[in-house]
Write a protein that binds this ligand. Structure first.
Ligand code: ZN
Length: 186
């Protein structure tokens, strides 16, 4: 009985230690903490006058607006990108939501496994518009523009020829121009 008690306590401590370790690993691998991500979400909701939530969810687009006031962000972005870059990426997705860029059919198509890119849910004009607003939001939050541009250059260029959706995507210089125009508009 005595040993059983010790065993129970021991297991409890092992689990606790495991959870603490898991937290430490999360912190050391993630550039942006949960608090910082929440901070970005709150600031964007204030700037855009809306209420949108963010979900960490795998998407090969890096981040994705759903048209349902929910924005997905890929775990790799949270793990590797800076606060400023993520702010720009999410400000871009916030613009898609607020400007009603995503038709209501999008989530249905996406969930049923249809190729949402082939149906031209996204288009160049909308992308440039969202980039313009991302630049604007960064300026309004007193953040530098360059980290977002660096991410655009890296991400957009690497996907230019491989991703089906990005074939009809604006070129990287066009996107940089749109974001810079937005940044300088204030
Ligand atoms: Zn977009």
């Amino acid at each position: 009985m005595f040993f059983l008690k010790i065993k129970k306590k021991f297991i409890k401590y092992v689990i606790l230690l495991f959870l603490i370790l898991l937290n430490l690993i999360n912190y050391s691998y993630s550039k942006v903490t949960t608090e910082e991500l929440n901070d970005i979400v709150n600031k964007l909701n204030y700037l855009y006058g809306t209420y949108i939530t963010v979900q960490i969810y795998p998407t090969n687009l890096g981040a994705m607006a759903t048209g349902q006031k929910i924005v997905f962000i890929d775990p790799s972005f949270v793990e590797n990108e800076s606060y400023e870059a993520i702010f720009g990426v999410l400000a871009h997705e916030w613009a898609h939501e607020v400007l009603n860029h995503i038709p209501q059919v999008f989530m249905y198509q996406w969930m049923s496994g249809m190729n949402t890119y082939a149906t031209n849910v996204y288009n160049q004009q909308k992308e440039l518009e969202a980039d313009y607003y991302a630049g604007r939001a960064l300026k309004m939050a007193n953040l530098p523009l360059q980290p977002f541009l660096d991410l655009l250059i890296r991400f957009n260029s690497s996907m230019d020829f491989t991703h089906p959706y990005l074939r009809s995507h604006p070129s990287t210089p066009e996107r940089i121009n749109a974001a810079t125009m937005g940044y300088n508009s204030i």
